[in-house]
Each structure stands twice: as C-alpha cells, then as structure tokens.
Design a protein around this ligand. Sequence first.
Ligand SMILES: Nc1ncnc2c1ncn2[C@@H]1O[C@H](COP(=O)(O)OP(=O)(O)OP(=O)(O)O)[C@@H](O)[C@H]1O
Ligand SMILES: [Mg+2]
Length: 483
Amino acid sequence: MTNTNAIKVMLVDDEDFDVARVKNTISLSSTKIQVDCVVSNGKAALENIQQHPDSVDVVILDYQISGGLRGEELIRKMKEADPFIQIIVITKMTTNTTDFDFANNLLKAGAFWYCTKYPGNIEDYIYQPTDFILSIVNAFEKKRLEKQKLKSDKRLLQSLENMLEAKNIIGDSKPMLLLREMIEKYAKSEANILITGGSGTGKELVAWNIHLKSRRRYEKFVPINCGSIPHELIESELFGYEKGAFTGAHGTKAGLFEIANNGTVFLDEVSELSLSAQVKLLRVLQEGEIEKIGRTGRLAVNVRIIAATNKNLSTELNEGRFREDLYYRLNVIPIDIVPLRQRGNDILLLFKYYLEFFSKDMGISPPSIDPKAQEILLNYKWPGNVRELRNVAQRLVLNSTDHIGVKDVSNPMILKNSVLSKDNSIDELTTGQVLTLREMEKTFRLKYFKYVRSISSSDANAAEKLGIAPSNFYRMCKELGLK
Ligand SMILES: Nc1ncnc2c1ncn2[C@@H]1O[C@H](COP(=O)(O)OP(=O)(O)OP(=O)(O)O)[C@@H](O)[C@H]1O
Ligand SMILES: [Mg+2]
C-alpha cells in the first residue's frame, strides 16, 4: 500500500545483496520510508529524476555503481534536475586518510550525507541502521524546510512587489527623474536621510521607496509622527518600558525603535520633537542603543533613520528649537521635494493616475477630461500638492462624473486658489510700477472677472459663481471696460 505522506526513496545500486539489505533495514525500521524505485545505473536514475521532478525525496546512491554516470557528477546533475532532492551516498570506503576529502567532495557536489558499508565478514556488511535511517529522515526534513523557505521567500518577494507597486512614484518631470535617481542611489547606503518639502509633496512616499529599495526591505518600516505623540508620552512610545517602571506600567512595552529593529524608522515632522526627546534620539543615533524606561543597561538597536519636515530646520536651529548636533546627524543626505506646481505635466499624469485608481476601486471606467479643464488643472497652484490633487480626483470619481468639464474643476476651492495663485505675484499685477490700492483692486478684478467669464457658460452663470446679482455683474464689467 502506498502511504502518501511517506518519504519516497529511490535506490541506485547494482548489487542485489545491497538492494535487499537497504530495503530490509528500511522496512524493519520505519513505515514512513518507502523505497519506490530501484535503479541499477546512474544514467537511468538521472533520467527518472529529470522526467519526474519532485517524485523522489531521497536518493540512496551507491558510489561504486558500475556503468553510466558516477559519483560527484551524478550528484550535481541530480540536484540540477531537482534542487530539492536529497542524496545520501553509501560507499564501501574504509576509514583512512583520504576519507575526509572524499566526504568533503561529496558534500560539495550537493550530497546530503554519506554512510559507509562495513567491509569484511558478510554478517557485518551492514550500515549502522539507526544512523542510516536517521539520515534519511533528516534529509527529508531538509527538503521540507527548503521547500517551505522557497514558498515564504516567494511570498515575501510577491508582497515586496505589491508594495513597490502600491508605493509607485508617478511623474516624469525633471525634478522627479532626479528624485528617482537619488532614491536608487541612497537606498543602497545606510546613511540617515532628511527629506524636506511642502505638505503633501510625497515625503512619506519617498521614505517608503527608499526603505523598499534598501537591504532592509524585508524588515519593518515604522513611521512615527513626532507631532502627534503627546510630549509626556514620547519617551515611552519611542523607547518602551519595563513592567513596573512607573505606576501604570502593568506590562513590558516595546518602543517603536525596538519594533523597528533591523528596519527603517521614519521620523515624520521631526522638528516637533521636544528638546529632551532630541537628546535621547541623538543617543540612539550616536551609540545605536536605546534606554528603555525601568531597564538597567541599554538595548542595542540597529535602525536606519529617515526624517522629514515641512519646516525650515535651519530656522528652527537658529532659534534654538532644534539641536545642531542632531541636525547634522539626521541631515547626512538631504532630499528636497519640489512643490507639485513646479512639475509641469506631472500634474495631469498624476490626475489621470488617480482618476483611474479611484475608478478601478469603484468598478467604473475613468472619466475623460476636457482640454480646458486640463488647462485649469495645469495652472492651478496646488498648495496642498499631491494630497490635494488626489482628493480632488477622488471627489470627482465619487460624484460619478464621466466627463470632467471646466465647471467640475471650478468649484469655489479650486477656482479661488487657482486664480489667486495663478496671478498672485505682485510683479505680475503691477509690472514694476506702484499702484494705488484702488488701481491694484481694479487690475486684479479685471483679471479675475475675465477668468470667471472664461469658465462660465453665461454671464448670469459667472455672476452666480461670484455670488453677486447679474445686474451688479454687468455694471462692474462696464466699469472695468469689459464688454
Ligand atoms: N509622486 C507621487 N506619485 C503618486 N502618489 C503620490 C506622489 N506624491 C505623493 N503621492 C500621494 O499623495 C499623498 C500624500 O503623500 P505623502 O503622505 O507622502 O506626503 P507628505 O509630504 O508626507 O505630506 P505631509 O507633509 O502632509 O505629511 C499620498 O497619498 C501619496 O501616496
Ligand atoms: Mg507625511
């Protein structure tokens, strides 16, 4: 009867006596081991493995088989055909000085183990049965573990690929190409990085990408928002505590640095750290050790730090709110992310990307965008950067808009910001001369009215957008010299 959980053995031996001996030893010792096939030459054994990979767990190979392939070469070819197969060599070799080299060569070729047949009296002509059986069981265990490891490696690789896709950085403008280059380059190093950039520019996304491309990619990425942890809790959050360290410490708590060990810590809004927390952080960076509250002795941690801020850290430094020594420790590699409005056509790329992303989520096809609406999107200043753009795209998809027209991107928020930020430079308004307040207002109103008209279906509609009566709108247009 075949046992499906049995260890499947192939016996490669051309001496009937040995075949019988091995079979006998096995059947007397274990029902879990099953000699499935017996082959009398190396070539046939190899062909069998090549044609049916994974059908054999353990090969018991007589080193001295006559004919066909032999020894190390055979072992190598068998492992090539089935990398998980385990090979135990049996040999008539006696213990002598060449024994070590012999065994070494077998193991190097990929054999799992070897056993000697004891020469001499026919009754002694036997393997040490327990060692022999044990080596088969161990060989099988090795195969099982190797297969398991491959599975989990594949899973890890798959989840890494999924992560990389989810954390994809969109954009092919020059600053983004440079940014990508920097990520590739610096991910390989272990140096600390300080990312600066306005709100929503993608600081955390960049930190993720660095982590996923670093040698720490299979370890944890632990983001810590320094601004959101209350000052009195920061130490216990970052470094943890031992049971009984203070009233209320009922158990041991691992701090975020301990959790991130071997991985990456992302210190977001690092400028928000109190000066006392900065001292402790400095110690981690200098000595690679943390002081857990209530614990005697320090705990070694190995983390890479990526910090981010949307404040100007050198101002914080000059005004004494940020430690200079910490600043230089963090700012080994500076990465500055440019605002979205400086990325040109990336705005449309990102907008289309997010329309598609959210549409897919809802199982609908993404809306098209009117060229005039594209123009508005391109000229808008995006003070909230990519996060704002993402929200606008999401809102449009949620509203089930199937074609995005001028009106859709002219809601009060985006419209207001777009006009104000489009023409908000004093230079543009005054072209060098100093205007009275009234003149300035007139210039601004003129531009604004022109703009609102260009995105309105009628004058009544423009008046509605401006929140004034049509009659007032006509009067003002006349005053401004608009038809
Ligand atoms: N180049 C980009 N491609 C695709 N998505 C992006 C890009 N940049 C940012 N995003 C997305 O925009 C959102 C904001 O990005 P992120 O949180 O990284 O910004 P941030 O700089 O950390 O912002 P804040 O300063 O507000 O914390 C996220 O959803 C992020 O995935
Ligand atoms: Mg952030």
